[in-house]
Design a protein around this ligand. Structure first.
Ligand code: MN
Length: 465
């Protein structure tokens, strides 16, 4: 596959060209943010305050979040860009969408508008061919519309009405299945359809928002009755979310050939899970309160266009597995997956006290998923279910085959039997209060700069009394 020309171009924003910046010119992930200086002091907390990300400044119209795009160490403010007249050659609808507080209106403008905006942003941010005074004036103006990403307060980038969580990693499904059914880890339907359940959209929170340990019913095998107590088997799940950019009407199906056009972009996602609550409640109807207390998303949404050079074939299915039914057969199997590495990191309160950096718990790659996002989307609509702009289809825990690639503690510690040892001497079967989980993602393809998915972070608060 040939790379887009833009992939080899540099930006006049110096930090975008630094090796390892993660946000080079061709990446341009979207976010919703408030500049740290915008509204201090009394109405917004400091960005480092634990509750900062839960504050919703939209209750005050003067403090509505702006959309932005990441470039190097900065965020370019799309609202200000429009106000400065630098998007005036784009459609009125698209300009208006750039002034919204989340990405839904931009998504609603459709793929040709997404391309037009991306092209405009690339033109504004790429290194100029000449040093004409007109170029320099424009660069100074654009530079004045940037804010350091490190000082921004992030908000949920998308207003999500529906969130579906899949189970697309064969390795994860097998490893977890082995814990409960050693002789039959995968159920027969796994190779035929992408398994999923309907998650809870109201408790989606942006990275940085603390996560309160939930109460719930849990029952030990040795006890005759459940107790209602804080979960003591709190876990994370290392996942990637795909955002729906183009919906489908109720009663319609999205053919697999069309599925990719419905996706706007992807983001890191942590599907926090209380395993003790989950294991008692999940039969026969599936996950419920063990999952619905919180799900974290990264502030950054990487567009499908930016992801194009990182598309790849998904890992091969076992020869003994059936080929997907026709409606799930990928027309371009070489491009069905993404070569993106994802990682989970953990820091405990004691590690932070002692200045010990977070430790990496796992590393896996999206190309090892069994089902592609296009297959998940097509299967989701195969009964006529309508997907809506901003909906999330999450991958499910991303795990690999090797040790060190298991994307949650349940799997890594074999149901808590085999605790992790941390640099402080602490041991973890599941998360303790004060633990902070940070999900990261990146791609490092030869000939292209390193690109980053950013971070999806959350710290565990003790259960409310
Ligand atoms: Mn999950």
């Amino acid at each position: 596959m040939s790379l887009p020309l833009e992939s080899v171009t540099t930006s006049w924003v110096g930090t975008a060209n630094e090796p390892g910046s993660g946000f080079p010119l061709q990446w341009l992930p979207y976010c919703a943010f408030t500049p740290a200086s915008a509204s201090r002091p009394e109405l917004l907390p400091e960005p480092t305050a634990p509750m900062a990300a839960q504050t919703d400044p939209r209750t005050d119209s003067h403090l509505a979040p702006h959309l932005g795009v990441g470039i190097g160490a900065f965020i370019l403010d799309l609202y200000q860009l429009q106000a400065a007249g630098l998007l005036s050659d784009l459609s009125a609808e698209l300009q208006s969408a750039c002034c919204a507080s989340h990405l839904n209106a931009l998504m609603g403008c459709g793929p040709s508008a997404w391309t037009a905006l991306r092209k405009r942003l690339l033109d504004l941010l790429k290194s100029p061919k000449s040093r004409s005074s007109r170029n320099q004036v424009q660069r100074r103006l654009v530079a004045s519309l940037m804010t350091p990403a490190a000082k921004a307060i992030f908000h949920k980038p998308v207003c999500t009405e529906n969130y579906t969580d899949f189970y697309a990693s064969w390795h994860h499904a097998r490893n977890v299945g082995r814990l409960f059914r050693p002789d039959r880890p995968l159920l027969p339907n796994y190779a035929w359809l992408p398994i999923g359940y309907h998650g809870r959209a109201s408790s989606l929170v942006v990275s940085g928002t603390p996560v309160r340990r939930p109460y719930g019913q849990r029952k030990l095998d040795s006890e005759p009755a459940p107790v209602f107590q804080p979960s003591d088997r709190l876990d994370y799940e290392l996942e990637v979310a795909a955002y729906i950019g183009v919906g489908n009407p109720l009663g319609s199906r999205v053919p697999i050939e069309e599925a990719a056009k419905h996706l706007f972009g992807i983001s890191l996602l942590n599907d926090w899970s209380a395993r003790d609550i989950q294991s008692w409640e999940y039969q026969p109807l599936g996950p419920f309160l063990g999952k619905s207390f919180a799900t974290s998303v990264s502030p950054w949404v990487v567009s499908m266009e930016a992801l194009a050079p990182y598309r790849t074939r998904l890992a091969a299915r076992a020869a003994s597995d059936p080929a997907p039914l026709d409606y799930l057969a990928e027309p371009e199997a070489d491009l069905s997956g993404f070569d993106i590495t994802v990682e989970a990191h953990l820091s405990t309160a004691k590690m932070r006290e002692r200045g010990i950096p977070a430790v990496r718990l796992s590393q896996a790659n999206l190309r090892d998923l069994y089902w592609s996002f296009a297959q998940m989307l097509t299967h989701h609509t195969s009964n006529g279910c309508n997907l809506r702009i901003g909906d999330i289809l999450a991958s499910g825990t991303v795990s690999g085959e090797q040790p060190g690639s298991q994307g949650c503690l349940l799997e890594m510690t074999r149901g808590g039997e085999d605790p992790l040892c941390l640099p402080t001497g602490e041991r973890r079967s599941f998360l303790e209060d004060g633990d902070e989980v940070s999900l990261r993602g990146f791609a490092n393809r030869e000939g292209l700069p390193l690109v980053s998915m950013g971070e999806c972070r959350g710290r565990v608060l003790s259960a409310r009394e």
